[in-house]
Design a protein around this ligand. Sequence first.
Ligand code: SF4
Length: 311
Amino acid sequence: MKAVDSRLEMEWADATWDPLAGCTRKSAACRHCYAEALTAASSQSGLWGHGFAEIGPKGPAWTGQIALLEDRLALPLGWENPRRIFVNALSDLFHESLPVETIDRIFAVMALAPRHTFLVLTKRPKTMQPYLADPAAPGRIAGAMEAIAAKDGTPHKIDAWPLPNVWLGVTAENQKEADRRIPLLLETPAAVRWIAAEPLLESLDLKIGTWLRDAPDGSAGAKLDWIVAGGETGPEAQPCHPDWARSLRDQCAKSGAAFFWRQWGEHIPAAGVEADSAQATDKMSWERIGARPASRFLDGLLHEAFPAPRL
Ligand code: SF4
């Protein structure tokens, strides 16, 4: 699959759409933020990243400014064929400093393009949950839809809320962030709820029966539908123990959640991914592999499952 409108490729998306520029670091998953580096690399005067990040004495650094790039806002409306679109690969839609009107306008574009599936990922579910739970949100978004698309005066309204074509996810790189973010995600109205356990920095318990269904045909109600996971990348990336990935795969199999293993990051065990190792990551020998295609297999298999919306 080929990503467009961005410098990034995600195996689980056909395209990325970056209507926002700028961000600030939030947690351990931001340690090697590719968005900060890419934005700083385009920060010369006249380029899109100018003012949002810069190359400082310690390397790329956000400036703290975050804003909507007007020329990118309506891009998905021009994409005719249905796409699975990663929203804001280079920022965070629910950043605390964004005005609610900006979030409304981005949701308005998603509502105007029901042929696409939009994948939203945040590290800020404390902002996302009240936004989605606000009964006034659909009305405000309908108003934004008119401003974006209804030059002919046709009224726009939201037929279903939450939007069926918007999948909402949080990053859960370690148990602390999973414990903090997943309960808020489960309180958020959404057609599909997912997590990105990437970079996977330790083993995660996704609490079968509480966060995950207790069986594939198990309990109704808000549960996680999709787990995307992968190792850490970047020059100082830490290795990902194969047992951490196996555990997520097995928890998904028990619960019926879809599992997508994206990549191993920079390292694989010197003895091979499939070799059993009861040793801790710091006691194992590792081979640096970068982004080799073979690094996407887990015990000899590709895991590339997608969920079905349960609205
Ligand atoms: S939230 Fe995302 S874009 Fe923002 S600093 Fe963290 S990793 Fe980078």
